[in-house]
Design a binder for this molecule. Structure first.
Ligand code: ATP
Ligand code: ZN
Length: 288
């Protein structure tokens, strides 16, 4: 046992690559892990444990790992006692009801006495309780969608992203039970370990910077002098933009950090106001 912070991530699956990307964006150097159970970062006192995602909440609860990255759906399903520290913005999905194409389900009350197949019995149970309905839950671990065709269930309750799997089984999306994304979780007693909590706080501030950077982009363009005022008003930047004169006396270079999702809303306005040579660059990191 070393004093390193132990971080659990999914060994192989939808969250693995994005979890590792996030850690790399935090400046952690991680050797390729292949079949190993854990690796230590080369330049930060953290050991990364590779586990099945279903095991992560419990391992963090029991302190086998200090912190972990796992989907909110799994956290909810396992009912583990952990601190939910941050939403990480990836691994987004929804737990939804899938129903036969020709049927309709618009209100939770209509679930009364139905038979529902799911891999998420705990979440479904809580949802039914909250809506004061009772239904029969059939727990299936994989390929939940075939249950209605086989005649073992009326509806399914499953993770849906595009709905293609539902469609292949002549089902369609209905009510949403849970919206989920990858989250950073921590052991409840982590704060009692002074050296680990220091490592944790350092990692959290790096994660926050990485998350902010991902939401922002660096906008650059050339603007004629007479348009500087109108362009400055269009740019949705927190701080005022940087304006620099160019060798061409008529033009100025304008730079600003903007929310990434606003770019396409403003680009036509920028052009209409005389901006040219518009560039949008990713930001690797941003200390706020
Ligand atoms: P493991 O072998 O670790 O148990 P798994 O098969 O249970 O893996 P994955 O399919 O890799 O898990 O999904 C991991 C997590 O990714 C899910 O728990 C969920 O939070 C998230 N996720 C995002 N989009 C989807 C999707 N379309 N289908 C399933 N999970 C998704
Ligand atoms: Zn799993």
């Amino acid at each position: 046992m070393n004093g390193n912070l132990k971080l659990a991530i999914q060994k192989k699956g939808r969250l693995t690559e994005k979890s590792l990307d996030l850690l790399k964006n935090c400046g952690l150097e991680i050797d390729s892990y292949k079949e190993r159970l854990f690796v230590s970062a080369r330049n930060f006192n953290v050991d990364i444990l590779f586990l099945r995602d279903d095991d992560i909440p419990e391992y963090v609860q029991d302190g086998v790992a200090d912190i972990g990255i796992v989907g909110g759906n799994v956290i909810e399903e396992k009912n583990s006692e952990v601190n939910r520290v941050r939403n990480l913005g990836f691994g987004k999905c929804k737990l939804m009801f899938g129903i036969p194409e020709e049927e309709s389900l618009e209100n939770p009350a209509e679930l009364q006495d139905k038979v529902i197949a799911t891999s998420y019995p705990e979440i479904l149970n809580k949802y039914l309780d909250k809506n004061s309905v009772s239904a029969k839950i059939i727990e299936i671990s994989g390929s939940v969608e075939i249950a209605p065709t086989l005649g073992v269930a009326d509806y399914v309750c499953d993770i849906v992203s595009t709905g293609t799997t539902l469609k292949m089984n002549k089902l369609k999306k209905s009510l949403t039970v849970l919206e989920s994304q990858a989250e950073l979780i921590a052991n409840k007693k982590l704060s009692e370990n002074l050296s680990k909590i220091n490592l944790f706080n350092e990692l959290i501030s790096r994660i926050d910077s990485a998350l902010t950077a991902k939401k922002s982009k660096y906008l650059m363009m050339n603007v004629p002098g007479e348009s500087l005022d109108s362009i400055s008003k269009i740019i949705p930047s927190l701080k005022s933009p940087t304006i620099m004169p160019l060798a061409d006396q008529e033009l100025f270079a304008v730079h600003a950090v903007i929310p990434a999702d606003r770019f396409w809303q403003i680009v036509e306005d920028l052009k209409a106001n005389g901006a040219s040579g518009i560039l949008l660059l990713p930001i690797e990191n941003m200390i706020v």
